[in-house]
Ligand binder design. Sequence first.
Ligand SMILES: O=c1ccn([C@@H]2O[C@H](COP(=O)(O)O)[C@@H](O)[C@H]2O)c(=O)[nH]1
Length: 270
Amino acid sequence: MSFTQALKARWSSSNSLVCVGLDPEPAKFPKRFAGDDDAVFAFCRDIADATAEYACAFKPQIAHFAALSAEDALQRLIAHLHEKHPGVPVILDAKRGDIGSTAQQYAREAFDRYAADAVTANPYLGRDSVQPFLDRADRGVVILCRTSNPGAGDLQDLMVDGRPLYQRVAEKVANEWNTQGNCALVVGATWPEQLREVRAIIGDMPILVPGVGAQGGDAEAVVRNASTQDGTGLLVSSSRAILYASSGEDYADAAARAACALRDMINAAR
Ligand SMILES: O=c1ccn([C@@H]2O[C@H](COP(=O)(O)O)[C@@H](O)[C@H]2O)c(=O)[nH]1
């Protein structure tokens, strides 16, 4: 089954558009993890297990593991997600992009080493830098379009032949790069108007939407502006607001409540 098919099946079976982000920050972990050599894996596993029923996908962010020399924990975490929560796609947020020979190694890293179902990629080196990901028809490529951060417009809004660059990226991916049907785009929840514009360009292609929760994006506006006709098409991603909903012993239950509340808020707007 392709990434897009798996995502559609999961949207349906979970009745949720929530993507649970896994960005471990040990300083924010509950006290019980102090001194635990396996804290990164154990904390993320507990959160994932508690939130899975509300999740259409999981999104581990690779820098949050690599900075801690916890690549092994990331590998075991993704294996755990596949084993314990089959059918829930795992998107490795790595924002890769490089010349072709290096991009091939990034594709092997994401899909073979980590066994991710999809990976985020940066389009700014052009098609050959993304091709090794596109070639893996059974996996997804989630391409940065209009990112959630305050400086997103510095480059992404530059006008190219009368339209902002992020719209050119959306056109390019939808019309030229998505030949295998395995592409998706990243557009931040912090930019509802741009979400609407991108949806008009790309049809039903999935959009990964970070920026609700800690970054203040409005989940209801995201759904109003960018869901597809059948009320899906979105992975509304939240990391810190779910992961660190409580620093006490109830951390997993609090994460589940936060994920459930986000799902319900989104569903009320669908
Ligand atoms: O435009 C983007 C692309 C990726 N991200 C990533 O999403 C999460 C957001 O975390 P929150 O705690 O929900 O704010 C994080 O991993 C980012 O690297 C993004 O925020 N914006």
